[in-house]
Every structure is written in C-alpha cells, then in structure tokens.
Ligand binder design. Structure first.
Ligand code: NAD
Length: 280
C-alpha cells in the first residue's frame, strides 16, 4: 500500500490501516519531505518513500490523498505504469473532475481506479492533524463507474471498513450534487460570513462579542483555504447551483423580514427548525 499525500486524510488512512495490521506494509509519500519524516516518526507509516515512481512501482494499492488540483499531476505519474495487478483510489472531495482528469490522461478511466470520498475530516490539516480513528463510524462514498473492476471496488471497500467506516456507493454526478449542498455550500457560507464581518474595520469589535451561535456556524471557516479553493473549482457547476439555490432562499427570508410577512417568515423558521431537529 502506498499513500500519496500524508496530510489529515492520507495520514489518518495510513495510520488506521497500519494500526489494523491488514496491509503487508503501508508506505507513504508526500511532496514535503518533512511530512514523510513526521509520518514515519509518529508511526503513521511503516516505510517512508521519497521517490514517487519507485513507490508506485512497488505498491499493489495506491491511495491518492493530495489536494484536488494536485490530483492530475499525481495521476500523470501513473499513466506509463502497467496497472495490471494494481488498484488505485483517491479521497478527493469532488468526483467528476477526478474522473474527467483520469479520462483525459489515460484515454479512458482505468478499470482499476476506484474513486472515493470519506465524509470525515476537520478544519485542521497537515500530517500533525492525522489520527487513526478519524474515519471510525463515518461514511465513505465510493463512486465506481460501470466498467470499474468489481474486485478493485471490493478491496477498497474492505480497506475503508477496516478503518471503521461505513461504505456507500453513488453515481459520480449524484455525489457531486449532494456534496455541493451538504458540505461545499456550508463551507462557502461560513467563509463568506466571516470574510464579510472581518473585512470591515468597524466590525472588529463584533468578534469580541460573538457567542456560541457564531462559533458553531463559523468553525469550518478556519479550514484550509487551498483545499476549499480547489473544491470550488473542482465542483464548480454543482457549487454554483447550490449557491443560486441558497441565494434564492435567503432572498425569500429577506423579503419576509422587509415586508414584515410574519406568516412567511414563521413558515421558513419552523420548517428549518423541524428539519434540523431530525438531523442527528
Ligand atoms: P492536507 O493539506 O492535510 O494534506 C494534503 C497533503 O498532500 C499535504 O501533506 C501536501 O504536502 C501533500 N501534497 C500536495 N501536493 C502534492 C503532490 N503533488 N504530491 C504529493 N503530495 C502532495 O489535506 P487533506 O485535508 O488531507 O485533503 C486531502 C484530500 O482529501 C483533498 O483532495 C480533499 O479534497 C480530500 N478530503 C478532505 C477532507 C477534509 O475534511 N480535510 C475530507 C474529505 C476529503
């Protein structure tokens, strides 16, 4: 097993597999030599790897855990490698752009590529944030294509299950639409809210008086900007659709407040409150 990208997600995946002992060996590569060294010293990986081509050549499973916009460059390294007997998977937050990159680079998406996305993480990033229990009890969505090798999919499913995750399958486009609404939209709203407030000098005081509601709503605005930049571009169409849908809803609430339309406002607040209480 070779994990490429030893940050929060890749480091946690490596650590979970190493802890379970179900892989013969978990090797790790990162473009940052320091991250590889820390991953090895902290016991996340069995073997440090400083040359990606060598690492790929000797791995039976290659996990890509780099930022979305770095995925094509790493996939490129696999183009000339005989993939027979190897399984490749990833953890990228957007599946359509990953699959499209693979199609462009390989001519057709290799049957041994199993796209995946763990629905777990945090606003922290980097190798020092990695922990072996990150995926415990969380969902992982695999988005195999119709021609994806069923044995490859079964193997990746088993690896995630060993990490304590529940594995679901979804069609690529459906995944991107669902995640645009449930994950990408809330992150961009939190970033935008904090930027709107922080960008105005008069508002500096506001943070001093911000209470639990502000803290709960904006925790995820502390997430890694590069990662979310890449997700915005990697899932652009679905994110724009989600933002339009939200803008329309917000405009409805704004109109209700402006027009003192209590009935309309009450309807929005009650529907939202009931829906939120059903979400655990
Ligand atoms: P991270 O910043 O913690 O780690 C990314 C690692 O990749 C870094 O160590 C970086 O040095 C390395 N890297 C960057 N470019 C590279 C390259 N070309 N070759 C080798 N290494 C390279 O990020 P993360 O949170 O672990 O995210 C990794 C992937 O997981 C992203 O695609 C992201 O969309 C996805 N993801 C993240 C979360 C989350 O909550 N953080 C959740 C699900 C999926």
């Amino acid at each position: 097993m070779l994990v490429v990208g030893l940050g929060l997600i890749g480091g946690s995946f490596a650590a979970a597999l190493k802890e379970k002992g179900i892989c013969h060996e978990v090797a790790g590569y990162d473009r940052s030599r320091d991250s590889v060294e820390i991953a090895f010293e902290n016991g996340l990986i069995d073997r440090p790897c400083y040359d990606l081509s060598d690492g790929i050549a000797s791995a039976d499973v290659v996990m890509l855990a780099v930022p979305m916009l770095a995925m094509p460059a790493v996939l490129q390294q696999l183009v000339d490698v005989p993939l027979a007997g190897k399984v490749v998977t990833d953890v990228g937050s957007c599946k359509g752009s990953l699959v499209e990159s693979a199609r462009q680079l390989f001519g057709e998406v290799p049957a041994s590529l199993v796209p995946g996305h763990p629905i777990a993480g945090s606003e922290k990033s980097g190798v020092t944030a990695a922990r072996s229990d990150l995926f415990n009890g969380h969902k992982v969505i695999l988005t195999p294509l119709p021609h994806t090798d069923i044995h490859a999919t079964a193997l990746i499913k088993a690896l995630w299950q060993a990490c304590g995750a529940h594995v679901d399958s979804m069609e690529v486009g459906h995944h991107d639409e669902v995640l645009a609404l449930t994950s990408h939209l809330p992150h961009f709203l939190a970033f935008s809210l904090v930027d709107t407030l922080a960008g105005n000098r008069e508002n500096q005081d506001i943070f001093r008086y911000a209470a639990g509601g502000f803290r709960d709503f904006t925790r995820i605005a502390g997430s890694d900007p590069t990662m979310w930049h890449d997700i915005a571009l990697g899932n652009r169409d679905a994110v724009l659709k989600a933002l339009d849908r939200f803008t329309e809803g917000l405009e409805g609430l704004r109109n209700a407040i402006r027009n003192e339309d209590s009935q309309h406002m009450q309807g929005i607040l009650e529907r939202a409150s009931t829906a939120r209480r059903h979400f655990t």
